[in-house]
Design a protein around this ligand. Structure first.
Ligand code: UD1
Length: 430
């Protein structure tokens, strides 16, 4: 089992390059099978979730040609089976995007019902409500969602809760429905816009992505395209907080600064200097971080996927902060791990009160989920002494070369797979 071992206390300095957005990639890969022509996707992040998604697609007959680490050509002409195996959905919830894509293209799909996950119960009722509104019959059989229709018809659909997954899934199915669909109360996240732009580049007719209302006129066929995925704003934000927490000065390259506004605004509030360039942002940490209150919200609000990272910063800030998690109910597990490093916090319902301490100290901790795991690595980089992070498989789901990129900024971190390797690291870094 691999672990990260970290010798903390080094300020991160230098430049880091951000890859393609994982969450956009997952939607785009699913949407790519909606044409029988070849689709070329560039700036694909080489992370576990994306690779599992490609395996799930290969299993139903999609031809996948990985041209290089970040480029893939796909062809959905040979799809012989519209049912996804549980093995894949178990590893990656976003394979539910294949439901919308297959339903749109073939008017039928079968995908195992995803269970809960480490950050909360994560229902998909809104996705199903959308498919039903478009005319599909949706049933749950033997643990799978089966959706089928003679034909899909455009409708007016109101989403009760703002949901990224439901917005993307319904948008995909509606792209190949007959007539006009209007989706209201949509998610406005950059990756919703990226999937819409991708579908439009294949000949779909989607307007309004990035606003509350998306209007779609269904088309009969989609065609070949070449598309480059947007940069990952959560990966970028993670390195920005790594700079802030370690007293560093980091230029984060290949980003769209507009997508980082909520993160930048919080970094300024806790005392960092942030400089914005066309495709980069520079974060310079202050002597001491200040406290702040944070509430996670759908985009353009502060992202729930950046909540653990700011939580770590606030655990070392001057004063007491209040963090409110309004999207997922179970996203404070990292605070229990952080307590082992000396952090002081109290969680009541969806609110955490974090009282900053002078210093965190290294400890053996586990990654509870993807973003929490990355945040705990940041804590280890900022702490005095040695930190060992277990269960890093979660982190590898969404961060490409995490340890390597951090080493490029001067961090003393290594991925080890035995006690012996860990001891060697400690001897080497002192
Ligand atoms: C996506 C992201 C995830 C991010 C989240 C919120 C992907 C692959 N994952 O997850 O990293 O944390 O957006 O920005 O893009 N809900 C319902 N019913 C539904 C669907 C959602 O009640 O049918 C609720 C959820 O429980 C949650 C809220 O809506 O409280 C938002 O969830 P949603 O935006 O759908 O998250 P995901 O798309 O699963």
């Amino acid at each position: 089992m691999e672990q990260y071992i970290i010798r903390g206390g080094v300020a991160l300095n230098g430049e880091v390059e951000i890859g393609g957005a994982k969450n956009a990639a997952l939607g785009i890969l699913a949407a790519a099978i909606m044409t029988d022509e070849e689709v070329l996707i560039e700036n694909l992040p080489d992370v576990r979730d994306v690779n599992v998604m490609l395996e799930a697609m290969a299993q139903i007959g999609v031809k996948i040609d990985r041209r290089d680490r970040h480029t893939v050509a796909l062809c959905g002409a040979g799809i012989g089976d519209v049912s996804i195996e549980y093995e894949y959905i178990k590893k990656i919830r976003a394979s539910y995007y294949l439901l919308g894509a297959l339903l749109g293209k073939y008017k039928k799909a079968e995908v195992p019902l995803p269970g809960g996950c480490n950050i909360g119960s994560r229902p998909i009722d809104l996705h199903l409500k959308g498919f039903k509104a478009l005319g599909a019959k949706v049933s749950i059989r033997n643990g799978s969602i089966c959706a089928a229709a003679q034909a899909l018809h455009g409708r007016h659909i109101f989403l009760d809760t703002v949901s990224v997954g439901a917005t993307i899934n319904i948008m995909m199915a509606a792209s190949m429905a007959e007539g006009r669909t209007v989706i209201e109360n949509c998610a406005k996240e950059p990756h919703v816009v990226d999937v819409a732009n991708f579908l439009n580049s294949m000949g779909a007719n989607i307007k309004g992505a990035g606003t509350d209302v998306i209007r779609i006129v269904g088309v009969e066929k989609l065609h070949a395209t070449e598309y480059s995925i947007i940069p990952d704003q959560i990966e970028a934000g993670t390195y920005m907080f790594a700079a802030a927490c370690t007293g560093g000065d980091v230029l984060v390259r290949n980003v769209i600064p507009k997508h980082l506004e909520a993160t930048i605004s919080k970094l300024l509030e806790i005392g960092c200097e942030v400089e914005e360039f066309d495709t980069a942002v520079r974060v310079k940490a202050p002597e001491k971080l200040s406290c702040a209150n944070v509430k996670t919200l759908p985009y353009p609000g502060y992202p729930t996927d950046m909540q653990p990272q700011i939580g770590v910063a606030l655990a070392m800030a001057e004063g007491t902060s209040i963090v409110t998690e309004s999207i997922f109910e179970n996203r404070f597990k990292y605070l229990d791990e952080l307590a082992r490093m000396g952090a002081v916090s109290k969680v009541e319902g969806n609110t955490a009160v974090i009282s900053g301490v002078e210093k965190l100290t290294g400890a053996r901790i586990s990654a509870p989920d993807l973003r929490a795991g990355a945040a705990l690595v940041i804590a280890g980089l900022a702490a005095d002494g040695i930190t060992m992070v277990d269960d890093i498989i979660y982190i590898q789901r969404g961060y490409e070369n995490f340890d390597q990129k951090l080493r490029g900024l001067g961090a003393r971190i290594e991925c080890v797979s035995s006690e012996r390797e860990a001891r060697k690291f400690v001897l080497r870094v002192g």
